[in-house]
Design a protein around this ligand. Structure first.
Ligand code: HEM
Ligand code: NAG
Length: 325
């Protein structure tokens, strides 16, 4: 099963991907790198063209987009724009890019948007009857009061403002939040351009509790938590690279603003080395969760691989990030 998945992935490999896939194939731990419930919900049934593309992405096709060539068929509010499901989102993304880039770097709003996308999506796992990327983090008032969502207030306000501006043009909250994360990623130097899919259903019920990771968690518990969301361990390690653009305010309040690598305006693999070597010196603060994953027997091989391979990391990270969790 592992070999079949690797072969499928390699067919769509990018430069740098080969090494990562070879490393994954060489792993023997049965608990690691087998996707558990890869196709859930609608993806098990008869698929539309878009559904099929999503399914192929989960099976290993790249989630990255090679170009930014979408041309809107009309201005926002025009009939031709209203007929094209992507059109309004083009205008949203333009607003977002302007808010996310400061000169040569992405900024605090971009960092917040990536984390907001993760926290809306991650209230789901395969045992959850509802939850996930459904907009509930901003539609259900309770969710933003949860401790784990501390620090997201500013991007929550900004995203609500975008929602009020664009909801009349068919833009839902769930799609808006994920588009924010995707636009933020490509706004960070080194970050990938991820394909955008829209059409998620909004849900104003607060998502299930206990599904978000703690910065004090052990490697084993994090592997289990993400496996329940159908992420392979290598994908978890790749996703952790999002902390390349992270600044903490809630883990240690006496060091508010401390980043998780020395370049929080860039999406780079520096985070992987600095999590191993930086003992809270200088401006960097290393979360115990991240250090645990960097050192664990099951994960440190992958961790060290990404440390030296920006392309391999970006390809796995943002192909994993596209999973519908
Ligand atoms: C082991 C798993 C994870 C843990 C324990 C964790 C925990 C945290 C914590 C405690 C913060 C600091 C929040 C604050 O104090 O303001 C943070 C920030 C952040 N996290 Fe995670 N996280 C994890 C995985 C992820 C994933 C998978 C993503 C995205 C794909 C992500 C994206 C971010 C981003 C972008 C920030 C920076 C937010 C900002 O600077 O405003 N994290 N994370
Ligand atoms: C860095 O500081 C944080 C917060 O004070 C602490 O929880 C963590 O264990 C420290 N990390 C390392 C690697 O020393």
């Amino acid at each position: 099963m592992i070999l079949a998945a690797c072969a499928a992935s390699q067919a769509a490999a990018h430069p740098g991907m080969g090494n990562v896939m070879a490393e994954i194939a060489a792993r023997t731990h049965p608990k690691v790198d087998t996707r558990l419930a890869d196709l859930v919900g609608d993806l098990q049934g008869q698929l539309t063209k878009v559904g099929n593309t999503i399914r192929q992405t989960l099976d290993g096709a790249s989630a990255q987009s090679r170009n930014s060539g979408y041309k809107p068929p009309g201005t926002l509010g025009s009939k031709s724009c209203a007929r094209d499901a992507c059109c309004a989102f083009y205008y949203v993304a333009q607003d977002m890019s302007a808010a996310f880039i400061d000169g040569q770097s992405c900024n605090a709003a971009a960092r917040g948007a990536i984390r907001l996308g993760f926290h809306d999506a991650a209230t789901w796992d395969k045992d959850s009857p509802y939850g996930g990327a459904d907009g509930s983090i901003l539609l259900a008032p309770e969710e933003m009061t949860r401790r784990e969502n501390g620090g997201l207030e500013a991007i929550a306000d900004q995203t609500r403002a975008w929602y009020n501006k664009y909801r009349g043009f068919g833009v839902g909250m769930a799609d808006l939040i994920q588009l924010g994360a995707i636009t933020a990623a490509v706004s960070c130097p080194g970050g990938p351009r991820i394909r955008t899919f829209v059409g998620r259903e909004d849900d104003s019920r607060a998502g299930p509790t206990g599904k978000l990771p703690s910065p004090f968690a052990s490697a084993d518990s994090l592997i289990d938590l993400f496996q329940a969301k159908t992420f392979k361990t290598s994908e978890l390690i790749a996703l952790m690279g999002a902390h390349s653009v992270s600044q903490q305010f809630t883990v240690d309040r006496s060091r508010a603003g401390a980043s998780q690598d020395t370049t929080p305006g860039r999406m780079d693999v520096r985070y992987y080395s600095e999590t191993l070597t930086n003992d809270n010196r200088s401006s960097v603060l290393v979360f115990p969760s991240d250090r645990n994953l960097a050192l664990d027997d099951d994960t440190r091989g992958t961790w060290n691989r990404y440390r030296k391979d920006q392309n391999g990391w970006a390809n796995v990270c943002f192909d994993a990030g596209a999973s519908p969790s």
